[in-house]
Design a binder for this molecule. Structure first.
Ligand SMILES: CC(C)(COP(=O)(O)OP(=O)(O)OC[C@H]1O[C@@H](n2cnc3c(N)ncnc32)[C@H](O)[C@@H]1OP(=O)(O)O)[C@@H](O)C(=O)NCCC(=O)NCCS
Length: 161
């Protein structure tokens, strides 16, 4: 494995890189991927193995409706960045090798000292929940049902200022 982590602002992404992001998001199966969703991200991290895209993560366009769903509306104005779109290809070859944690660390460095939120499935078996907690994100507010996934979703806050 020869992994390369590339972080770009969305206006630096080539058409090919946007296609790679869409392909990885399609495999992730948690949202309906669109070009707009990618090009509105402040930062995108693509990971390549021998020039083949194998993982994705992003600082996303902010949708603060999650704060209403989690019934913590008053905290809304303090969190202007969201981290998400995590996907690592192929269970056996790439997962469990800290690729998502490396992406998370690099993306958080891009928005140093800023408060960040994330949403993920509220399940003990969910590696993303484990990763967010490892990075000191705190589950805050009420668990709610995700619109597309119909799963229990938790809102996680990382407070840095
Ligand atoms: C979630 C995902 C991005 C993680 O990628 P990854 O590169 O394998 O993650 P990492 O190797 O960096 O870290 C995984 C951590 O979860 C832990 N983990 C793995 N399986 C777990 C489980 N069933 N329950 C709890 N923790 C688990 C690992 O032990 C590891 O933590 P550690 O380093 O402290 O031991 C990847 O599994 C994925 O693409 N899943 C499908 C899409 C998805 O769910 N995306 C998240 C959307 S919010």
């Amino acid at each position: 494995m020869n992994l390369e982590y590339i972080i770009k602002t969305s206006n630096e992404l080539s058409e090919q890189e946007i296609k790679y992001c869409l392909k990885l998001l399609l495999l992730q199966k948690q949202i309906t991927p669109t070009k707009e969703k990618i090009t509105s991200c402040p930062f995108v991290c693509l990971v390549y193995d021998e020039n083949i895209p194998i993982a994705l993560g992003a600082i996303k366009q902010v949708s603060k409706t999650y704060f209403d769903k989690a019934e913590i509306t008053t905290l809304k104005s303090k969190y202007d960045f969201e981290i998400g779109y995590f996907y690592v290809l192929e269970k056996t070859k790439y997962r469990g090798k800290k690729i998502a944690q490396n992406i998370c660390q690099k993306l958080l460095e891009c928005i140093k000292n800023k408060n960040v939120f994330a949403t993920t499935e509220e399940s003990k078996e969910n590696p993303m929940k484990h990763i967010l907690e490892k990075f000191d994100f705190k589950k805050t507010g009420k668990t709610y049902i995700g619109e597309k996934t119909k799963k229990n979703i938790g809102l996680y806050l990382l407070t840095r200022k």
